[in-house]
Every structure is written in structure tokens, then in C-alpha cells.
Design a protein around this ligand. Structure first.
Ligand code: ZN
Ligand code: ZN
Length: 423
């Protein structure tokens, strides 16, 4: 019986996984440069963590979460995490990380789950890399996070990623904007899509985010939040921009960018690539100064981002990666029982020295073993037969230049290690 995978849930196979490993490695390197520590959070959390932090009226909470009853406590619901920030903040509060040091720079990587319509570069189990700076309200933290992302994109070789910025104001200044926007939208309510009409009262800013043509057309003339920012928010936003200019990071202001989640305030941002079509965000995030308190912690500002691995891999996919890691250094070709018995512990010894070895255990023909050594792109082949074994010699073939030499088996691991490490 053949069982297939679920729609929207994909395997990452050898051949593609090398790009993933490359991206993860580069991310870890850049996080280390900015003094971030890794945090690993559970994949399953209580549903209320997400409904409370992301907002009840967001797309994710309304229709995209994988939620199921807890078998151990029937009254409560569990959810496969649709994003990472809520879990990181929950952990920060639960472990009281703020008691030791309120400023924490944390990063995570792993799978997230959303019941979206699967399409190119968008899956139901998808992977994110995210970073959060907790405990800092200053604009320098926002700018640092943006620099980190810019560095990361340049280190993985993704050119043409563009940064868009906005400020959503704060609890003091946003209400006035909200009121003005609501009044503007109310005049043309009947031309908005059903989703927007339904959401308008609770979250009118989301209308600016709607991709429906009619809504885009109507909101083109909507008032901009920039004119409503309070003094503090304006200064914060101006400092972020000044720091980006001083470090040579290009950006564009986009007053329509409101991001889909309720917890954002002040700086929000998206890194986009025009090579991704309409789903063009590679990374996005923003400031969430009220979230830690909302989730039961002390008042603690925060700013963070998440980026989608699938889209990044899609963008980098055509690049050539050095796949040398997957090449065994030596392939043991053994002909005869005695030779095979010699090869097995000899391979073990070499691997313990850090040299990758592949061997055949089925006693296939010499020709068939050589074919396989070629297929796995072994750098060297060591050919041992029972006759050679009796003489204490073997044949070593360099598969790259096809040179063949006779070598002594005595001290062969030394000799092989020398050759391989010399390269
Ligand atoms: Zn404000
Ligand atoms: Zn709409």
C-alpha cells in the first residue's frame, strides 16, 4: 500500500536540503554576530496563546490554525504554532528571563503550521527563521534588526531584496487615526469586499492590507497614518530611518503596510523580492511593545521579524552550491571475504579520524562496486582483494584525475588521512 504525504506538507529531500542547511548556517552566523541566543519552543501550544496575541479577527486565528481538543483536558484546545513570536514571549514570561536580564535577543528556527491554500513557495507546514529583541524600546534596536536582515540577505547571496517601512503609531496616537480611517471607509463601505466590511469596526487598519482590487482602489485615497503619529512615535520612526541612512541601508516608506497581526505598533517592515510575484515578502516584522504585558509579563517592549524559508530557498534555488559535504572521501572496494572482513574495521578507524568512508557489504562485482563509487562521487577508491591483502597492499585510485598507485595497508589510515586533508 502506497501512502502519500498530505497536501501542503512537503518533504525536503537530499539535493534540496543542502540549500536549507546553507541558509540555516548563514542565519546562525549572522545571529551570533549580533549576539542573539537560540531558543527552542514547542510546536504545540494552548490555542489561547495565539488567539490572544495575534488577535481574534486576524486571518490566522479566524481560519488558518490547526486546532484540536487536548485529550488530557477536554475543555482546553491545543494549536500547532502558526508563528514563533507568541511562543518566544510566552517562554520569556514563563521562565522569567527578564529577572536575570530584561534585554534578551533570541532567535528560533523551525516549522510553523497554517491551513492556507497551498501554492508555490507557500505550504501548510512551512519553516521560519525569526529573531526577537525583548526589553528594548529604543529605535536602535529596530535598526539593528533591519541591519541584521540586510547582512543575512547579502551573506546568502540574495540580491535585490528591498526594504519597506512604516510606523503604526502607539496606543496614544493610533486611535485618532483609526477614527479618521473609519470615517473615510464608512463613506464607501458598500464598495468594500465582504471581509473588509465584516472587519471594519474591529480592525479598520486591516482594510489597507486587503488585496481585493476594489478595496485597493478605494483605500488609495485613504488618510495616511504618518500625519497622525505622536511626537514620540515620530521621533522613534525618524531615528530608525536616520540610522538606516547612516549605515547605507536603502528603504522605502509604505504607509499602507499594516501587517496582519494585532500586536504590532510603531515600526513595521517587510523585505520583499520582485522575483516572488505577488507573494513577495521574504521577511517581515515589527515592534510589539504591549505583547509581553498582554501575556502576563511585566511591561517589556519588543521588536522582531520572521522570514519564510521556502521562499528564500526558492529564490536561491538556481544557485550552485558546493555539495562536497555529501561526497565520501574514500570508497572501499573489497573483493573477496577476507578483503571485506579487513575493510569493515578499517573503515571504522578512518571515520573515527573524521574521514568519510563508504563501502559495499554485499560483495558485488568489482565493476559494480566501481560504478557505485563513481555514482556517489567518492574522491578516492581503495581497492582491496584477497590477493593484495595477502601481500599487504591495495590500489588507491584518485577518482578526480584517475591516477592509480599501489599503497601499503600497513599504516593506510595515516596515509589516507594525509592525502585527504592535504586537498
Ligand atoms: Zn504614538
Ligand atoms: Zn477587502
Amino acid at each position: 500500500m502506497k501512502i502519500s504525504s498530505i497536501k501542503g506538507f512537503a518533504d525536503i529531500l537530499p539535493g534540496e536540503v543542502e540549500t536549507w542547511q546553507f541558509v540555516e548556517q548563514k542565519a546562525r552566523e549572522v545571529f551570533a554576530l549580533y549576539n542573539f541566543s537560540e531558543i527552542r519552543i514547542p510546536i504545540v501550544e494552548k490555542t489561547e496563546l495565539f488567539s490572544r496575541s495575534l488577535g481574534e479577527t486576524t486571518d490566522i486565528v479566524e481560519k488558518e490554525m490547526y486546532t484540536f481538543p487536548d485529550q488530557d483536558a477536554k475543555e482546553s484546545l491545543l494549536t500547532l504554532r502558526p508563528e514563533g513570536t507568541a511562543g518566544v514571549v510566552r517562554a520569556y514570561v514563563e521562565a522569567e528571563l527578564y529577572k536575570v536580564e530584561p534585554v534578551r535577543k533570541l532567535y528560533y528556527l523551525g516549522p510553523m503550521f497554517r491551513r492556507e491554500r497551498p501554492q508555490k513557495g507557500r505550504l501548510r507546514q512551512f519553516y521560519q527563521i525569526g529573531g526577537e529583541i525583548l526589553g528594548r524600546a529604543d529605535a536602535y534596536a529596530d535598526a539593528e534588526l533591519l541591519l541584521l536582515l540586510g547582512e543575512f540577505f547579502s551573506n546568502v547571496g540574495l540580491d535585490g531584496a528591498a526594504l519597506e517601512l512604516n510606523s503604526l503609531g502607539c496606543v496614544r496616537c493610533r486611535p485618532a487615526y483609526r477614527k479618521e480611517l473609519l470615517a473615510f471607509l464608512a463613506q464607501q463601505e458598500n464598495k468594500l469586499c465582504g471581509n473588509c466590511r465584516r472587519r471594519m469596526e474591529r480592525n479598520p487598519l486591516r482594510v489597507l492590507d486587503c488585496k481585493e482590487e476594489s478595496c485597493v482602489a478605494i483605500t488609495a485615497g485613504a488618510p495616511s497614518i504618518q500625519g497622525f503619529l505622536c511626537q514620540d512615535c515620530r521621533e522613534h520612526f525618524e531615528t530608525v530611518q536616520k540610522l538606516l541612512r547612516e549605515t547605507g541601508v536603502d528603504y522605502k516608506l509604505n504607509p499602507r503596510m499594516v501587517r496582519g497581526l494585532d500586536y504590532y505598533c510603531r515600526t513595521t517592515f517587510e523585505w520583499t523580492s520582485d522575483r516572488l510575484g505577488s507573494q513577495n515578502a521574504v521577511a517581515a516584522g515589527g515592534r510589539y511593545d504591549g505583547l509581553v504585558e498582554d501575556l502576563g509579563g511585566p511591561p517589556t517592549p519588543g521588536v522582531g521579524f520572521a522570514m519564510g524559508m521556502e521562499r528564500l530557498v526558492l529564490l536561491l534555488g538556481t544557485r550552485e552550491f558546493d555539495a562536497d559535504g555529501a561526497r565520501p572521501s574514500v570508497y572501499f572496494v573489497s573483493v573477496g571475504d577476507g578483503a571485506r572482513a579487513w575493510a569493515f574495521p578499517a573503515a571504522h578507524k578512518l571515520r573515527r579520524r573524521g574521514i568519510s568512508v563508504e563501502m559495499d557489504g554485499e560483495q558485488k562485482s568489482l565493476k559494480s562496486q566501481m560504478r557505485r563509487a563513481d555514482k556517489v562521487r567518492a574522491r578516492y577508491v581503495l581497492i582491496v582483494g584477497d590477493d593484495e591483502l595477502a601481500k599487504g597492499t591495495a590500489v588507491l585510485r584518485n577518482m578526480d584525475n584517475k591516477e592509480q598507485v599501489e599503497v601499503r595497508l600497513d599504516g593506510i589510515d595515516e596515509a589516507l588521512a594525509e592525502r585527504i586533508n592535504a586537498k
